[in-house]
Design a protein around this ligand. Structure first.
Ligand code: GLP
Length: 254
C-alpha cells in the first residue's frame, strides 16, 4: 500500500516508480467507476500517461473495469492536426488507450485541431462538457515549465478553452512524438478555469526533470508563472509522484 500525506489541502502519494504510479492511478479510476458507472473523465496525453493507460488496458483485459457508460474529454489538441493525423493527440489516445477498451466512440470528447473557427470550436467543447454534467475526475500531467494542459506560463486562473502558442520548452519536450514533421506552434486547450471546475483532480509526475515544477507549484507563490500552482485553489487535488519527481518538494517540506 502507498501511504498518503497532506501538504495543506493537497493529498500527496509517493510511489516507487512510474509503473507503480500507473497501477495506483488505474486502480483509483477503477474504484471511481464502482461508485459511478457513468463517470466523466478528463484525460491527458504525454509520456507520463502511458503507464496509466497500460494498467487500465490490463484491468479491462481481465474484465475488472467497464468503460461502456464512461464519457471522456481530453485536455488539448495541436492546431492543424486531428484524428486523421498520426501525430495528433487524438491518435495518441486511440493507440495507447481508446482502441483497446470498450469506450464508445460517441462518448469520446476531443478538440478538433482542424476546426475552421477555433473560437467556435472551443465554445462548442465547453458546452459539450457542461452538457455531460462536467468533469468528475480530471487526470493531469505537468510540463517542466509548470504548464497543465497546454496552459503555458502566463495563463490566467480565469482562462477558458482557447487557442494558445506553445512555448519553446514545451515544443522541445514533445519533439519525441514527432518523427517527421516539427511540433506545431499552436494548440487548442481547455483553460485553467475549466480544469478547476472538475470535481476531483489527480496530478501525476514522474522523473527528476519534473521535480522543480512540482516544488514551485506546491511551495512557490500561486501565480500565472507556474500555472499548476493554481491547483492549490481547488479543494480536492491528489498528487501522485515518484521519488525523483518528489525530491525537491520533500527537501522543502521537512
Ligand atoms: C504536454 C501536454 C500535457 C502533459 C505535459 C507533460 O505538453 N499538453 O497535458 O501533461 O505536456 O508531458 P509528459 O508527460 O510527456 O512529460
Amino acid at each position: 500500500m502507498h501511504s498518503a500525506t497532506f501538504i495543506d489541502n493537497i493529498k500527496l502519494i509517493i510511489v516507487k516508480d512510474k509503473n507503480k504510479g500507473g497501477e495506483l492511478v488505474a486502480s483509483l479510476i477503477q474504484h471511481f467507476l464502482k461508485y459511478k458507472k457513468k463517470s466523466v473523465f478528463g484525460l491527458a496525453t504525454g509520456e507520463t500517461m502511458i503507464p496509466i493507460y497500460a494498467n487500465l488496458k490490463k484491468l479491462y483485459r481481465k474484465r475488472r473495469i467497464n468503460f461502456s457508460y464512461v464519457k471522456t474529454f481530453n485536455l488539448d489538441e495541436y492546431i492543424g492536426l486531428n484524428i486523421n493525423d498520426k501525430e495528433s493527440l487524438r491518435r495518441f489516445m486511440d493507440t495507447n488507450f481508446f482502441d483497446y477498451v470498450n469506450i464508445r466512440k460517441v462518448n469520446i470528447g476531443f478538440l478538433d485541431g482542424k476546426a475552421k473557427d477555433s473560437k467556435k470550436e472551443c465554445k462548442k467543447y465547453e458546452k459539450k462538457i457542461e452538457g455531460a454534467g462536467g468533469i468528475d475526475l480530471q487526470i493531469l500531467g505537468i510540463g517542466r515549465d509548470g504548464h497543465i494542459g497546454f496552459n503555458e506560463p502566463g495563463s490566467s486562473i480565469k482562462s477558458k478553452t482557447r487557442k494558445v502558442k506553445l512555448s519553446a520548452t514545451t515544443k522541445k519536450d514533445n519533439k519525441s512524438f514527432f518523427k517527421l514533421s516539427k511540433v506545431p506552434d499552436y494548440a487548442l486547450t481547455i483553460g485553467i478555469s475549466n480544469i478547476l471546475q472538475a470535481k476531483q483532480i489527480v496530478l501525476i509526475a514522474f522523473g527528476k526533470n519534473k521535480s522543480k515544477a512540482i516544488n514551485l507549484a506546491i511551495n512557490g507563490k500561486i501565480s500565472n508563472k507556474i500555472p499548476a500552482s493554481f491547483l492549490r485553489k481547488h479543494p480536492n487535488v491528489t498528487l501522485v509522484l515518484d521519488k525523483s519527481a518528489a525530491s525537491q518538494l520533500l527537501k522543502n517540506n521537512k
